[in-house]
Design a protein around this ligand. Structure first.
Ligand code: PMV
Length: 328
């Protein structure tokens, strides 16, 4: 009745922003990501008789409020599926400082989905696991797999076709991601609230949805051909489009700080000087640079030298979520 799972975070090259259904957390667009080896969450789930709610501990500190409710709602799905009535003790830890503004719901819900279903004795396919993880957090579905992963938006109302699947594993292509941390404070507007506002108010929302299939097919081809230039160009384009949509939301979602913008200029400058590197940015101020293994050290030094960069975390492409301990 207990299990421990580890899952890695991921970064979308073709971004997801917008939901076609909020309750089931169905994405309005598909997305393609790479799993990040260096950033992971390890989660232990144990069903314990006699508890009156799920107890959640993050890095040894008990968490109450919104986060606890979100996790309990998620565990209710596992209880419904397994018929188990007991609540759980959930101990979760990140291998990166949580205060770093990198806390990732992707690795968290992927690890929780795997540890929770395993502790409950459920036999679920990988596909169904991604569907479950998606209900916790859209990007979490992609963290079930290693390497290059596509999340399908699906068209069914019940979400049965909104799942993630691998395009290539973590050994397929030796790319690196350099995460330039530019701020350690918590983000002000979470992705769910941001997406709701963008859908309601951003004049670019319809075009964002309409343009998505082209980015997805281009990225699939870039991965298949190992065409790094194409992968990088589509990544930057998708990132900037997502932020254009966010910036044109009311109230405006400005996730960047000055250093994020300086970082984008730096990356473009380096490219002008012959280093192949591209950026991508999620709903926060950290800048992620994507490059080939041969350029990793040079780009890392350049990013570290940029005023305002707190530190740079370098990572390879990571593997799938997996169980690291289990007992009845
Ligand atoms: O999984 P969520 O709800 O935290 O949304 C993730 C949104 C982005 O990180 C900005 C883009 C993406 O595809 O991961």
């Amino acid at each position: 009745m207990k299990a421990t799972a580890i899952a890695h975070s991921n970064i979308a090259l073709v971004k997801y922003w917008g939901k076609r259904n909020g309750a089931l957390n169905l994405p309005a667009v598909g997305s393609i990501s790479i799993t990040l080896d260096a950033l992971s969450t390890t989660t232990n789930v144990e069903f314990v008789p006699g508890l009156n709610k799920d107890q959640l501990f993050l890095n040894d500190i008990q968490v109450e409020g919104k986060e606890q409710i979100r996790v309990q709602n998620f565990m209710n799905l596992v209880r419904r599926e397994s018929g188990i009535k007991n609540y759980t003790v959930i101990k979760s830890g990140n291998n990166f400082p949580t205060a770093a503004g990198l806390a990732s719901s992707a690795s968290a819900f992927a690890a929780l989905a795997l540890a929770g279903t395993t502790a409950a004795g459920l036999k679920v396919t990988k596909k169904d696991l991604t569907i479950l993880a998606r209900i916790g957090s859209g990007s979490a579905a992609r963290s079930i797999f290693g390497g290059f992963v596509e999340m399908h938006k699906g068209i069914y109302k019940n979400g049965s076709d909104a799942f993630a699947e691998p395009l290539a594993d973590e050994n397929y292509w030796d790319l690196r991601v350099l995460i330039a941390v530019t701020s350690e404070s918590k983000k002000k507007i979470g992705s769910t609230d941001g997406m709701t506002q963008s859908k309601k108010t951003s004049p670019y929302y319809r075009n964002w949805i309409a343009a998505s299939p082209k980015d997805l097919s281009g990225m699939r081809a870039a991965i298949k051909q190992k065409n790094f230039t194409k992968l990088g160009e589509i990544s930057e384009f998708s990132c900037l489009k997502m932020h254009a949509l966010a910036l044109a939301t009311t109230p405006a979602l400005i996730y960047w700080n000055g250093t994020t913008v300086d970082g984008m200029h730096l990356i473009r400058e380096l490219r002008g000087k012959g280093s192949e590197v591209y950026f991508t940015i999620d709903a926060g101020p950290q800048l992620k640079a994507i490059c080939q293994a041969k350029d990793e050290h040079k780009i890392k030094r350049e990013l570290e030298a940029l005023p305002g960069v707190v530190r740079v975390i370098s990572t390879k492409i990571g593997g799938p979520a997996r169980i690291i301990g289990e007992s009845v």
